[in-house]
Design a protein around this ligand. Structure first.
Ligand SMILES: [Zn+2]
Length: 297
């Protein structure tokens, strides 16, 4: 499990495969049916692992069936990422966050969400979203984030009722011992982030030893509340919950919401390539347009 994550989340290192498979003949013969890809996605992370409030699975299924040859992986499906999918002639987009969450009452051109749905349909692009099923599953987003530090063990913070090895967040024991400062350096190197936010626990400092830590990809406010650990690593937390954690001798590292998730995409690309290896000519790209909306200036 851990070796899978050694390469970290280097999106820029993912080579875009040759586009020489664009000839109509090859596109007709190669690839896999949408139903096959969806089945493989479900084999990896069953949709019933997702939280009850979530909206996961196949969200857009074009009327005209065509084989899936080109898949684009993204954390968020913004209009910039959709332009990229059109330029790449993607047949399918796998967007970690569900682009359709609140019910849509109409599909016009007035809002960006409606435009995304209409452009996908018009261009016969299927859309799948795994979201919290990927958070829960083994070798998913939280296991990727947990592997940012040397691990002796990692278990879900909130166990899945049907399978206790799956679940939300991870509570981890460090292999060996690290100072907080060394942990910060390792997390930056692993995530390839130039900066992160650190809230140091009251009465502790950058040299304090870290023996246990808890992670929650995305927003950690609910999952991490009350969890005992030396350090929390998450994307975002509310101000008062950070103060609460610091007063319970817990340091907090915030990466920004999607920066705590996005580095998993190159890992999942390898997993999906392996699951689809018997189908010829499938190209899987990781979006280069997908970035966290919050940048440091
Ligand atoms: Zn998220």
């Amino acid at each position: 499990m851990i070796n899978l994550y050694k390469s970290g989340g280097n999106i820029s290192s993912v080579n875009r495969a040759s586009v020489s498979r664009n000839s109509p003949f090859v596109r007709r013969m190669a690839g896999a049916a949408l139903a096959v890809v969806v089945e493989k996605l479900n084999d990896f992370a069953p949709e019933n692992l997702a939280e009850k409030w979530d909206n996961v699975g196949l969200l857009i299924e074009p009327y005209t069936k065509r084989n899936i040859n080109k898949i684009l992986l993204t954390n968020d499906l913004t209009e910039n990422v959709l332009d990229e999918a059109l330029a790449l002639s993607s047949d399918m987009i796998i967007s970690y966050h569900p682009p359709i969450f609140a019910p849509l009452k109409r599909i016009t051109q007035k809002s960006w969400k409606e435009r995304i749905v209409s452009i996908c349909l018009e261009n016969k692009i299927a859309l799948y979203s795994p979201h919290t099923s990927w958070d829960s599953v083994t070798n998913g987003v939280n296991d990727w984030l947990a592997a940012s530090l040397p691990l002796a063990s990692a278990q879900p913070v909130i166990e899945n009722l049907s399978n206790p090895s799956f679940g939300a967040g991870r509570i981890c024991v460090i292999r060996g011992e690290l100072t907080l400062g060394a942990a910060v350096d390792r997390i930056k190197a692993y995530t390839k982030l130039k900066d992160l936010k650190l809230a140091i626990a009251v009465n502790r400092n950058i040299e304090s030893p870290i023996r246990t830590f808890a992670v929650c990809a995305g927003s950690g406010t609910n999952v991490l509340k009350g969890v005992k650990a030396d350090l929390y690593i998450t994307g975002e937390m509310f101000h008062h919950d950070i103060l609460d954690a610091n007063h319970q001798n817990i340091h907090v590292i915030l990466l920004n919401h999607s920066n705590s998730e996005r580095g998993y995409l190159p890992i999942f690309r390898q997993i999906l390539l392996s699951m689809l290896k018997k189908y010829q000519g499938i190209q899987i790209d990781v979006s280069e347009q997908d970035i966290d909306p919050l940048q440091t200036y």
